[in-house]
Design a protein around this ligand. Structure first.
Ligand code: SAM
Length: 261
């Protein structure tokens, strides 16, 4: 995978690419990454990349020509790369999109600034607009890092343990199970015994159940949109029975103050 980031702040990416998994992926040649300075394509002595908005109003607008120049430079080495414009108005970024992008050979990521980018640039050059969430940042650099990070860890050979990405949250529409490490006792809290039993099948079953329970409690929307295995349906049925039994007992005891009993 070859990431080409178009930005007016290329130095922001230095620490990102020089540490952790990104650094290892670059050293292993699993990915390549470079930042092109959009300002290099801005005309005039001061290489100005923004201008006042037509129609008036506050803020400045990213000029289209320097962005177009930077995309054309990127396309010289990566002619088939999709151009991703980071924008709060884009398609919400999720694990499925990360997986689809991980299958590409090259990606061009365009980081906006100011009040946004001249619309004609987006019409002409953007293949996808991506948003990392319903909030507004000052620039597209952090969103570009989010995209690169999540895509990189899905590329085979990037993570130490090949299974880790497959077990992560949102793979198969489930949240990841809980994780524990040494010490076995921390602030009087223990680790579920089964995880220290050495019984691989029971551990796998516990993890599957914990993953299902977390998804049910924290993100039921994920379950609603996915198909459940027979084992998962059995577990949900068992839990439903247990929950109904507890509610019934409470009602019979009349201990719930809000029940009016
Ligand atoms: N005026 C624009 C709007 O309300 O849609 C916001 C512009 S924002 C201040 C400047 C740049 O930050 C955008 O062009 C985009 O590249 C980036 N950005 C801000 N929030 C983002 C988000 N949630 N996802 C992706 N990019 C974002």
């Amino acid at each position: 995978m070859n990431f080409i980031v178009l930005t007016i702040f290329p130095e922001l990416f230095k620490a990102f690419w020089e540490n952790g998994i990104m650094r290892r992926a670059i050293e292993n040649k699993t990915i390549r990454a470079q930042a092109l300075n959009i300002r290099d394509h801005a005309k005039g002595r001061h290489h100005v990349t923004d201008d006042r908005p037509f129609g008036g109003g506050c803020g400045m607008v990213f000029k289209p020509e320097p962005l177009a120049g930077a995309v054309k430079q990127a396309k010289q080495t990566s002619p088939c790369a999709p151009v991703i414009v980071l924008s709060p108005q884009g398609r919400p970024f999720d694990q499925d999109t990360a997986m689809a992008l991980a299958a590409e050979d090259d990606l061009i990521l365009v980081c906006g600034r100011y009040e946004g980018i001249d619309e004609r640039f987006c019409e002409q050059f953007a293949d996808i607009e991506i948003s990392i969430g319903d909030y507004v940042l000052t620039g597209g650099e952090l969103p570009a890092m989010v995209v690169m990070d999540s895509v990189t860890r899905l590329i085979p050979g990037t993570l130490g343990n090949e299974d880790s990405a497959a077990q992560d949250s949102f793979s198969e529409s489930r949240l990841d199970h809980a994780h524990y490490t040494r010490p076995a006792l921390f602030e009087e809290r223990t680790v579920p015994g089964v995880l220290m039993s050495g019984h691989h099948e029971m551990i796998a079953q516990w993890r599957m159940a914990d993953s299902l329970m977390r998804t049910l409690v924290k993100r039921p929307d994920l379950l609603a949109g996915s198909s459940l295995s027979d084992k998962e349906i059995q577990l949900l049925d068992k839990w439903r029975f247990e929950i109904e039994r507890i509610i019934k007992q409470q009602r019979l005891r009349g201990t719930n103050p809000s029940s009016g009993g």
